[in-house]
Design a binder for this molecule. Sequence first.
Ligand SMILES: *Cc1c(COP(=O)(O)O)cnc(C)c1O
Length: 367
Amino acid sequence: MGGSEMKYINEAFDNNWVAPLGSNVDGLEKEIENYLGGNLHTAALSSGTAALHLALLQCGVMRGDEVICQSMTFSASANPIVYCGAVPVFVDSEKDTWNMCPETLQLAIEERIKKGKKPKAIIVVHLYGMPAKMEEILKVANEYEIPVIEDAAEALGSRYKNRACGTFGRFGVLSFNGNKIITTSGGGALVCHTKEDKDKAVFLSTQARDDAPHYQHSEIGYNYRMSNICAGIGRGQMEVLGDRVKTRRKIHDFYAELFRTVDGVEVFSAPAREYFSNHWLSAITIDPDIAQKTREDLRLALLEDNIESRPLWKPMHLQPVFADAPYYGGEIGQSVFNKGLCLPSGSNLTEYDKQRIAKSIIQFFKH
Ligand SMILES: *Cc1c(COP(=O)(O)O)cnc(C)c1O
């Protein structure tokens, strides 16, 4: 926590606004809009997953439709497609950012159209905070007039060509889950570009009540709005977001320096200056042919020293639950998954922790 969270929570109690509405919800939405910049309208919701679900519904995704989704991601990017009764079509990543490959995206769209179904939406992810190749992706999406939903759950504070991630697509999705760069304990937001889109998201997230004195419903609604208490935590967290981004980027620099002289290990880094990552998690890939060791060897060695690390997200087209879903691309996501490891990256990592990690890693590569 940053320090002011309790102040905002106490305000909510003092005003007795312990509900999914109130001044903290409004305040948090404004603060997110100011932080991201531009003319935005944001709906604070109960989770990033809820935001993705509403984005799909507002793109008109219905039963039997197809939605293109980056394969290399966390399952929450793809699950809401199935909530809509639609079918995910997975697309491989490119090597530079580990995000959706624009050329494979184009191929996938053309193939699906040939098969008789034009995809209803495209979900692109900024994995580990690294911006995707948005210019190329938007060019393809615009050519076929398919709306883009930007899953920026891991990328709050990241920028591409000096514009905030989450503001490129028709909808942007943020997450404030406990593991993200800032948290409301659980929460998310849908970033919209029109007041109509935001109002519709709020309507759907509060059980879709029609304008009537009694309870009248013409649409299926959801209970997806953020509570005023969680929003209070979020307002405190927004005050320290800038610091958090700086801290995570410093952790990335620490690993870049640590592995500079280790053959066969690459620290996942921005391919060019226009990709500004919040470095939510620092990740590496280990080439076993050069390093003579695998990422699993390193994971187990760190575990011996009571240091937790984790493999990368396993691509969705390799997940049992999505075994039947169409997939376009090669083995880039799979290869990155096989070689990749996420290293300790928390904002609360101390100098002592870093020394301990460095010692363990240096020891491991010595043998
Ligand atoms: C965390 C995450 C989500 C889901 O956000 P929740 O707030 O946990 O529902 C979606 N996509 C990605 C890429 C994530 O990392």
